[in-house]
Write a protein that binds this ligand. Structure first.
Ligand code: PEP
Ligand code: MG
Length: 324
């Protein structure tokens, strides 16, 4: 009901026993900011920058990008804004960037893989991001990291761009957090190692489910195998959160699962720190989280992760949610 949701505005996202989390929003363009503000987002957990590059004939310039990033940072004041570097490829193509036909585009030349090879494109975006950083609380996130080498290479390039800006006397913030999406199983499995090199993780369940279960997220014929409640996926998520916490970094989630009311109690129980979702879900999630006990959610998560099928976990959560 609308009144109960309205009452959530200005409230903390905190469980009944005091576990505080952050609920942020996912956006694609600066035009999404009013929706964030209307729904009292505590930040932006995922700004998908590929939309700046799409539906146009030429590459966006550094200046154009800078203006878009600055708009979002300024509009959100001191709130944290996670901007993800270009995640093109897979199902998203650019008319002005020929990447050739691929047998398996989702397993192909995309996101950070492309940026590490097309370094000019990557560097222009990083320059725009760094310049925009003086206008707010920017965090930079790399998508589709599958190995430590890729992460170190991306960080190396970021540092090169910082050096360039310093030499040109262009200002940028000195304390920008750098994080990665955990959306590929190989990264989730070595998340203990990756955690030593970043300030945060954000779990991308849309791709993590796809790659863990080997189920094309666009293929309707196998839709029933694309399971947010899959026990293998949930165990991986728990591992990632634990590994992040062991290294003292925060762990968020920006895939669809983060805004799924059926799964939020599990994620709270696993210790997730930040939830980023479609802005319209934010107040619903806050209301739910404020009704939960962290201690109880921990017990539920442990119990759920002993179950063998997605169906069992889903049914268990449906049943338990009535008692929460
Ligand atoms: C994800 O994979 O969960 C994610 C948030 O990224 P995208 O949906 O843009 O691939
Ligand atoms: Mg993804």
């Amino acid at each position: 009901d609308i009144k109960a949701l309205e009452e959530m505005k200005g409230q903390e996202s905190i469980t009944s026993d005091g576990r505080k989390v952050e609920i942020a929003g996912n956006i694609g363009t600066p035009d999404d900011v009013p929706g964030l503000l209307r729904n009292d987002a505590e930040g932006v957990g995922l700004y998908r920058t590929e939309f700046i590059y799409m539906n146009r004939e030429t590459m966006p310039t550094e200046e154009e990008q800078y203006i878009s990033y600055k708009k979002v940072l300024e509009a959100m004041g001191e709130k944290p804004i996670v901007i993800r570097t270009l995640d093109i490829g897979g199902d998203k193509k650019l008319p002005y960037l020929e990447i050739g036909e691929e047998m398996n585009p989702f397993l192909g030349y995309r996101a950070i893989r492309l940026c590490l090879q097309e370094q000019e494109i990557f560097k222009i975006q990083l320059r725009a991001l760094l310049r925009a950083s003086v206008h707010g609380n920017l965090k930079i996130m790399f998508p589709m990291i599958s190995s430590l080498e890729e992460l170190l290479e991306a960080k190396y390039i970021l540092n090169e761009v910082k050096e360039d800006l310093k030499n040109e006397n262009i200002e940028f913030s000195q304390d920008i957090e750098v994080g990665i999406m955990i959306e590929i199983p190989s990264a989730a499995i070595i998340s203990d190692i990756l955690a030593k090199h970043v300030d945060f993780f954000s779990i991308g369940t849309n791709d993590l489910i796809q790659y863990t279960c080997a189920v094309d997220r666009m293929n309707e014929k196998i839709e029933h195998l694309y399971q947010p409640f899959n026990p293998g996926v949930l165990r991986l998520i728990k591992t990632v959160i634990e590994n992040g916490h062991k290294q003292g970094i925060w762990v968020g989630m920006c895939g669809e699962v983060a805004g799924d009311m059926r799964l939020i109690p599990l994620l709270i129980g696993m210790g997730l720190d930040e939830f980023s979702m479609s802005p319209i879900s934010i107040l619903h999630a806050r209301r739910l989280i404020r009704s939960l006990s962290y201690e109880k959610c921990k017990e539920i998560a442990n119990e759920a992760l002993e179950l063998g099928t997605a169906k069992e976990i889903e049914d268990f959560m449906a049943k338990i949610s009535k008692t929460l």
